[in-house]
Design a binder for this molecule. Structure first.
Ligand SMILES: NC(=O)CCC(=O)C(=O)O
Length: 277
C-alpha cells in the first residue's frame, strides 16, 4: 500500500520575501505536520503575484530562497514542492519556476511555467505575465519513492495536452502550485482539478496563496485535492490554512483497472503528440 501523506499549505504572501519562508518553516515545524511525506506550497509563495515584483524578487537557481527550501526538505525529511518563485537565468530572463526537493534536500525536479497567463476578461481579470516572464518549454515529471509525479504551474493546468503528456510519462499524481483569480476561480478552479483527475485517473493537488484583499491580485485560494475518480477530497476556503490529505496510489491502480480509459485510447486514430498550431 502506497499512502502519501501530503500537506497543502495555503499561505499568506507577505511583501517581505523571507517572512514567507519563515512562515513555511513554522508551518512545517507544527505538530500536525510531523510524519508527512510531501508538502506543497503555492505559486509565487514568496513574491506578491504582480509583474512589478517579479524582477525585484527574482533569484538564480540555488539562490537564497532555493537554499532555504532545500534545507527545509532535508530538515523534515520530506519531498517539498516549493510552490513557485521568480527565477533569473544567466541571460537575465525571468521564469515562474517551481523547484522540487527530495527527502535529502536535493533538487529532484524543476518546472518553468510553460503557458504564460496573459488574459483580458472584459469587466474582470487582466494579467499579462509575458510583460516580465519568459515561458519554459519542458514537461516536468519527477521521481519519488512512491512513483512519478507531474508538476505544472497554474495556467499550465488549463491545457489538457500537458497533463496527458505527464501521465504518458508515468505520473500518478499531478501537483499544481497555482493562484487563480476572482473572475475565473469560482467557475473553473474546482472543475479543472476534477476534470484533469477524471480524464487522467490521477490525484490532482492545487496549492494557492490565501486571499489578501490589500494585494494587487486577489487569489481565489481554495487549495484543493481531487482523487482519480474526480471526487474532491479537500477544498479550503480563501483564508490561510493547512490540510493534510492521504493519497493512496492503489486507488490509481484500481481506477485504471476498473475503468481502463488510458488503455482504451485509440492512439491509432488520434495521435496525442506535441503539435504545432
Ligand atoms: N497565475 C495564473 O496562472 C492564474 C491562472 C488563472 O487564474 C486562470 O484562470 O487560468
Amino acid at each position: 500500500m502506497a499512502i502519501i501523506k501530503t500537506a497543502i499549505l495555503q499561505t499568506h504572501v507577505y511583501t517581505d520575501k523571507f517572512r514567507n519562508i519563515t512562515q513555511a518553516a513554522e508551518l512545517l515545524a507544527s505538530p500536525e505536520l510531523q510524519g508527512i511525506d510531501l508538502a506543497v506550497l503555492p505559486e509565487m509563495f514568496c513574491c506578491p503575484y504582480e509583474n512589478k515584483y517579479f524582477p525585484e524578487y527574482a533569484e538564480p537557481e540555488r539562490g537564497d530562497t532555493w537554499e532555504k527550501c532545500s534545507r527545509l526538505a532535508a530538515e523534515y525529511g520530506i519531498y517539498l514542492v516549493a510552490g513557485s518563485m521568480p527565477e533569473r537565468d544567466e541571460a537575465g530572463n525571468i521564469y515562474n519556476t517551481s523547484y522540487v526537493f527530495d527527502r535529502n534536500g536535493h533538487q529532484s525536479g524543476k518546472h518553468r511555467k510553460m503557458h504564460l497567463f496573459d488574459i483580458d476578461v472584459k469587466g474582470g481579470q487582466y494579467f499579462k505575465e509575458s510583460d516580465t516572464l519568459t515561458p519554459g518549454d519542458q514537461v516536468t515529471v519527477f521521481d519519488t519513492e512512491f512513483g512519478k509525479m507531474g508538476l505544472c504551474i497554474c495556467y499550465d493546468f488549463r491545457f489538457p495536452e500537458l497533463a496527458r503528456l505527464m501521465v504518458d510519462e508515468g505520473a500518478q499524481v499531478i501537483i499544481v502550485p497555482a493562484a487563480f483569480n476572482m473572475t475565473t476561480g469560482p467557475l473553473h478552479w474546482e472543475l479543472m482539478f476534477r476534470q484533469r483527475a477524471v480524464d487522467n485517473q490521477v490525484y490532482t493537488i492545487g496549492a494557492a496563496p490565501a486571499r489578501d484583499l490589500n494585494a494587487g491580485y486577489q487569489s481565489w485560494g481554495h487549495s484543493i485535492a481531487a482523487d482519480p475518480w474526480g471526487k474532491v477530497l479537500m477544498e479550503m476556503e480563501e483564508k490561510p490554512d493547512v490540510k493534510v490529505v492521504k493519497l493512496d496510489l492503489d486507488e490509481v491502480k484500481k481506477v485504471r483497472e476498473q475503468l481502463p480509459l488510458l488503455k482504451h485510447r485509440r492512439g491509432d486514430i488520434y495521435a496525442l503528440t506535441t503539435f504545432s498550431l
